[in-house]
Design a protein around this ligand. Structure first.
Ligand SMILES: [Mg+2]
Length: 232
């Protein structure tokens, strides 16, 4: 597919599997926080996180333990504080990896006038900056963000990020001028929910065939291919 012909205004990056690999630190801190807040971690050891919001993960694992969705919503601020404390404490012990090309792409997006870098992630808002920092990104490089503590359904998050970017920039940002980059079918689905351009990178844990079957607009091995294949 040819590079995007229209002016792109906003690029929304997923974190895990797209910018960096937390190498188990996410699961471990989630487990510790669940044990502290809910007194159980349910089936977390076998839980499939890929593309899910943390809110959805709590619904998946804690509703079967007897917590209602209202309980989970009410406990979210406590959960956010506790999981951030655990992640900060343990993340130095994990071999965090930065995905190939990720730092260069973010730097180039920041350098280009009229282009806004943002985050759309399933991580709660308190852990996203911890993961970014551990992988060498300054969270402040990303002008807007939408997080897995703001909606259980990832499909709601790109809209949130776009409206924040519009407010900050004072410009209207049509969906077709938004690029959503992620490593799972859920990232592609949330790009579609917005009407944006879906870019898949094969740097996470999703099997290539599964990612291709979700039919992204662009399918990259990694972010080193972003400038050249998606944007010139
Ligand atoms: Mg991901």
């Amino acid at each position: 597919m040819a590079p995007i012909a229209t002016d792109v205004q906003l690029i929304l990056f997923d974190i895990d599997g797209t910018l960096m690999l937390p190498k188990g630190a996410g699961r471990a801190s989630t487990k510790l926080a669940m044990l502290e807040i809910f007194k159980t971690a349910g089936g977390i050891d076998d839980h499939h996180f890929g593309g899910k919001t943390d809110w959805q993960t709590l619904l998946d694992l804690m509703q079967v333990e007897g917590f209602s969705s209202d309980d989970i919503q009410r406990l979210m601020p406590d959960y956010e504080a506790v999981v951030a404390r655990h992640l900060s404490a343990i993340i130095p012990d994990y071999p965090i990896e930065t995905c190939p090309g990720a730092l260069d792409v973010v730097h180039e997006v920041r350098r280009r006038e009229g282009l806004i870098p943002g985050i759309v992630t399933g991580n709660v808002s308190s852990t996203a900056p911890i993961k970014l920092r551990a992988a060498g990104f300054d969270p402040d490089w990303f002008v807007v963000g939408a997080y897995g503590s703001e909606a259980a359904d990832r499909n709601h998050l790109p809209h949130l990020a776009v409206s924040r970017a519009e407010k900050l920039s004072g410009r209207r940002i049509p969906p077709e001028q938004v690029v959503v980059i992620g490593d799972t079918p859920a990232d592609i689905a949330c790009a579609r929910a917005l009407g944006g351009v879906a870019v898949a990178v094969s740097t996470g844990y999703t099997p290539r065939e599964e990612l291709a079957a979700a039919q992204p607009d662009y399918f990259l091995d990694d972010l080193t291919q972003f400038f050249g294949q998606v944007m010139l």
